[in-house]
Design a protein. Sequence first.
Length: 315
Amino acid sequence: MTTVIPSTIPHGRTAQRLEWSHLPPVVRAQVEERCGSPIVEAVSQGGGFTPGFASVLICEDGSRHFVKAASNAAQRMFAASYREEARKMRALPDSVPAPRLLWSFEDEWVVLGLEYVAARPPKRPWRAADLDLCLDALGVVAKRLTPVPAELGLDPIAEELADWPAFWEELRGRPDLPHADEAAALASSFADVVVGDTVVHTDVRDDNVLLTTDGRALFCDWNWPVAGAAWLDSLFLLIGPRGDGLDVDAVIATRPLLRDVPADHLDRVLALVCGYFLKSADEPVPSTSPYIRDAQRWQGEVVWDWLCERRGWRP
């Protein structure tokens, strides 16, 4: 166990989402048509940080469906994200551990119908058993999605995150970051170590994971994957468990995707994402996502503490 980084984030209750009644009648009618039965109950999902509609719909015939929706007019950014998610999920092989996209449509709204899975998110604070399930599943992702399927059309992660090293310029001089210059130097050289031909989800955290009743881990929200090194998602996943007190460096030493990665390569990526989280946490809080800055700040503090320990810096 390592030091626990305290958090007041209400895990599983961070989203302010649209409800079923907020969808226009014509959209609700189209959803019911695709579900094949009238909707009798909608259970909104509280995890995540986006305001789009995301609910388990229970039909009159007893079937269950997971549906996401966002307005092209009022929620343009989130509608674009859902549109991209649908495109990416159509290209995912069935062997990838993810819920299947069953249907989608778009007019004034972007609407996705996904396979309902009887499952729960990982428990918080993280438990070692849940983490093992997730890391095992990421091993499957790396195997099934290397090389990157051509139809996904992904950009390299080094290009997608090319602006991130500059975030440290805005963080230098903070008294709580005495090693900012060293961190900036690490982050500036990240591109050399993230090259690869594996699909990298980039957003694997507890609210994007489903642990099924039959012992599988499935990954949700395939909005913005990139092409990169096979070990990256496993490293990103360890941020939450590290903050919750698990000895993730001991985990790294046992994991096939991580154990042979040079420590300096891991540190360069940790420095990169640390700068992103801490800089983003200082942005204004959006009214549609009241907890997102708290979550980014907590992750930044976790990664900073972790990086300081790994580098022998005084935090």
